[in-house]
Design a protein around this ligand. Structure first.
Ligand SMILES: Nc1ncnc2c1ncn2[C@@H]1O[C@H](COP(=O)(O)OP(=O)(O)OP(=O)(O)O)[C@@H](O)[C@H]1O
Ligand SMILES: [Mg+2]
Length: 359
């Protein structure tokens, strides 16, 4: 193994402060860069083939009938291409897209303003749609269903509802937390698509494509090495690529090969599976402090002085995905694979487990 020997100590607090290289969320400079690297057609969009195929069929059918596309909901972890797909839909429909997000739409007035200014066939993209306020959400229902907004003027006996028509539009919603979406809202989407983590091979294609766009010299092994450490996430793949490029330019003559990528990422604390210090601290906390678990997320969060939401949203999903952590009714447990990866000895069988076997 080329990775640095694991430190036995659980690194917490200040050592871990600062930006995570493998965080799936978008950083500010990536918002601009995203525009450069974002696929401009479905042909350039790598992976998620079932989603893309079904989406294309729905778009073609809507076009043939001359109707707007049904409302679409994308859900899945951050950085997998939800915003990208929304813009590809608008492009394919040859229509404009308005972009907004749940947290910014805090007054019904804002939403009504947007809805009434839409043109026929437009795509309205609402990111983080699970964070729409309840009142705002209720304005969305008649707009989605009957293309109108209901505005109530005055109150009591004089109350009057004005129904204002809106153009036939397509709402595209994106959320990382489908479970937090209210049932009435979820039911108003005709098309629901779950985005899953990408395979290493797909990520390798994405890295190769991005390197081409950014004119970075890279060989196949170099791209594969970055892909393997990108946690199934295109946004992370693109970020690691840029970080490795810096190292390649300053220390290694410019070209990204396996050795260059490996060395650059190891220096950044990103190991062979794409785990960083926080992931390893998470695993070690369970392994060392809680003898492998089961332990509640709250206790892990307290030990690591991290907030529960961060751990649940951006650390745990990938560890669950690669089978390093399992969730049981009584809490999180680390698996034998995780012990092996961290080069830790598995704990002696617990009394509870032994008893279970005897029963
Ligand atoms: N299938 C893909 N092929 C190539 N590049 C992709 C693909 N999906 C995403 N990307 C790249 O990854 C970046 C992140 O994608 P995007 O912003 O669409 O993710 P997201 O799912 O909207 O994330 P978030 O949940 O954080 O909003 C984009 O800038 C794009 O360059
Ligand atoms: Mg997005």
């Amino acid at each position: 193994m080329s990775d640095a020997p694991p430190e036995r100590k659980v690194v917490i607090g200040p050592d871990d402060a600062g930006e995570r290289l493998v965080a799936p969320e978008e950083t500010l400079d990536e918002t601009t860069l995203g525009a450069t690297l974002r696929p401009r057609s479905f042909d350039e969009y790598v992976g998620q083939t079932a989603v893309v195929d079904n989406l294309k069929i729905a778009i073609d059918a809507a076009k043939r009938r001359g109707e707007p596309l049904e409302h679409v909901l994308f859900y899945g972890p951050p950085g997998l291409g939800k915003t990208t797909l929304a813009s590809l839909i608008a492009r394919d429909l040859s229509s404009g897209m308005r972009t907004t997000s749940g947290p910014t739409l805090d007054k019904p007035k804002d939403l009504v303003g947007i809805l009434t200014s839409l043109q026929a066939g437009n795509v309205l993209f609402i990111d983080e749609i699970h964070r729409l306020g309840g009142v705002v959400e209720e304005f969305l229902y008649p707009a989605m269903e009957d293309f109108r907004v209901d505005i109530v003027m005055d109150s009591g006996a004089y109350a009057k509802t004005y129904k204002i028509p809106v153009e036939r539009f397509t709402l595209v919603g994106a959320t990382t937390r489908a479970g937090m979406l209210s049932a009435p809202l979820r039911e108003r989407f005709g098309l629901l698509y779950h985005l899953d983590y990408y395979s290493d091979e797909e990520l390798q294609r994405i890295v190769t494509r991005s390197a081409g766009v950014l004119e970075i010299p890279i060989d196949a092994d170099g791209a594969a090495t970055i892909a393997r450490r990108s946690r199934g996430t295109p946004r992370i793949a693109n970020r690691l690529l840029r970080r490795v490029r810096d190292f390649a330019e300053v220390r290694a003559g410019g070209e990204i090969t396996h050795d260059v990528a490996d060395e650059a990422l190891r220096r950044e604390g990103v190991d062979g599976r794409g785990l960083d210090r926080l992931d390893r601290a998470f695993l070690r906390t369970i392994a060392d402090q809680y003898r492998g678990g089961p332990v509640g997320i709250g206790a892990i969060a307290a030990t690591l002085t991290e907030d529960t939401e961060t751990l649940e949203d951006v650390v745990e999903p990938f560890l669950l995905k690669i089978g390093f952590v399992v969730r049981t009714a009584s809490g999180r447990k680390v698996t034998a694979d995780a012990y092996e990866h961290l080069q830790l000895a598995a704990p002696p069988e617990s009394d509870a487990a032994r008893q279970q076997k005897l029963l």
